[in-house]
Design a protein around this ligand. Sequence first.
Ligand code: PLP
Length: 273
Amino acid sequence: MRIWVNGGLRDADDARLSVLDHGLTVGDGIFETVRTGEGKPFALTRHLDRLTRSARGLGLPDPDLDEVRRAATAVIDANPVPLGRLRITYTGGLSPLGSDRGTAGPSLVVALDGVSRRPDTTAVITVPWTRNERGALTGLKTTSYAENVVALARARERGASEALFPNTTGRLCEGTGSNVFVVLDGRIHTPPVASGCLAGITRALAVEWTGAEETDLPMEVLAEADEIFLTSTLRDIQAVHRVDDRQLAPEPGPVTAKAMRIFDERAGNDLDP
Ligand code: PLP
């Protein structure tokens, strides 16, 4: 595997980043995951906009987007796969061991691995832990993901592929790596960004393309919704067939299936919507 690290393409085995990088020692970093297909990234401009917003939120210097685009192209070309997960990581760089950032400047790592197409439906669980809708990091795509690792491990133990969080007021928020949508009386709803969820790029496209409404929703909506689906970069739109002990239809319901068709068509016609 060939990886971009701080200015150049390297073999993964020879790639070097300081072991004192602040991203590693304190999770001081941000990232983007971009889907690639047939050698092309999807929605790269939106991902780079969010990377810049996350950098500003964390007080990191703006990433050099020309370099990030060059790196993405180089890594995609060097690792040909039919369907890929391109990961852009941007961290505080070499720093002292405490919380202060060093003066060495940020690190940029761009890597890619091949992935398989996700199934059309999946099972999810809810977790008792909360997303903080008013934290310093709310809405930023930081590398501080350990809470998501724990919740996802809980989901795997229960035969599910995603865990959904409430926020601190008990409202529906998001998954460990996805946004959530529900269908009520034929209309699609998703929690607003003010719930504390990440402003998912797939979420924004799904709202734009299907007319889904942003609605503050109680967790209990998961017990009543006619259909539930997730959105994320690697899922696009994925129907939920089980939430905790509640079974839903084994196939995507009619509203979700239509949203999936619209998404496939629009995303197929425009790689940088
Ligand atoms: N919420 C969280 C916490 C995420 O990590 C992600 C993506 O990884 C999403 C939502 C979905 O966002 P996107 O559609 O931009 O992939």
